[in-house]
Design a protein around this ligand. Structure first.
Ligand SMILES: [Zn+2]
Ligand SMILES: [Zn+2]
Length: 248
């Protein structure tokens, strides 16, 4: 039944449809006002057998990867939504380099639902803070935003865990990790992060989750974990969108 309010209702519906796409961002079929359709969601959020410690993709019969048997990471556990396989590289590229922030929204949504289905709420309630991997100021200026910060904001909102801001800074402008060998990556990141003195007390004895978009060798998140542990953090975990295989 139509009422006198109908024109107003129509206007409101129209406004909502402008904000939420009615077509799936990926396959362009009807998505019922969500960013992607159920089919695309299910194909992106497939369970992945991985190392229980560092999240590296493994066959179903292994619990830990060879890398973790040889060396200890600074963090306790890494959780990734997916391996760095299509369509993820293209989605991340659109978000980070073409500044299509709606793809960041999508990736962050996928991480939220992956965390909700893989980590118990009792475990989530024990986390004190999220810390997005900081960018060096020069890089932040060039890109205009920190991709890890945008992902962390969505997680914070949905999981009700505060972000600890302005605590860690990237004090050294590092060379792009992709261009370096494993040993050079570690050297490149030595003392890359600093905690500002007035914030040190906020880290002591806290369980912190570091947020990043893509983890490759783990050198960046290890370096940040080490800095936080040295400042007195109790436990560090990592959540990210993709975990790549180790570079050869
Ligand atoms: Zn779709
Ligand atoms: Zn591992």
């Amino acid at each position: 039944m139509k009422t006198k309010w109908q024109p107003l209702v129509n206007k409101f519906q129209f406004a909502i449809e402008q904000i939420l796409p009615s077509q799936c961002l990926l396959c362009h079929l009807s998505s019922n006002q969500t960013l992607i359709c159920q089919y695309c969601h299910d194909s992106l959020a497939v369970a992945r057998p991985c190392c229980l410690h560092c999240g590296l993709a493994l066959s179903k019969t292994q619990y830990y990867c060879g890398d973790c048997l040889k060396q200890k990471h600074q963090f306790t556990q890494l959780h990734a939504v997916a391996n760095y396989h299509p369509p993820y590289p293209a989605l991340i590229k659109k978000f980070k380099y073409s500044k299509q922030l709606i793809f960041g929204e999508l990736l962050a949504d996928l991480l939220v639902s992956s965390i909700q289905s893989n980590i118990l709420s009792t475990q989530l309630s024990m986390i004190d803070y999220l810390i997005p991997v900081p960018l060096h100021n020069n890089k932040l200026y060039l890109r205009g935003f920190n991709q890890a910060q945008l992902i962390a904001e969505k997680l914070s909102k949905h999981l009700n865990i505060p972000i600890l801001s302005n605590t860690v800074i990237r004090s050294k402008e590092t060379i792009a990790q992709e261009t370096l060998s494993l040993s050079k990556r570690k050297k490149n990141l030595r003392q890359a992060f600093e905690i500002n003195d007035i914030s040190k007390h906020r880290i002591r004895n806290q369980h912190i989750v570091i947020i990043d978009d893509v983890v490759t060798t783990g050198a960046t998140v290890n370096s940040l974990s080490k800095t936080l542990l040295q400042a007195g953090a109790k436990q560090i975990d990592i959540w990210c969108i993709c975990r790549t295989s180790l570079p050869k």
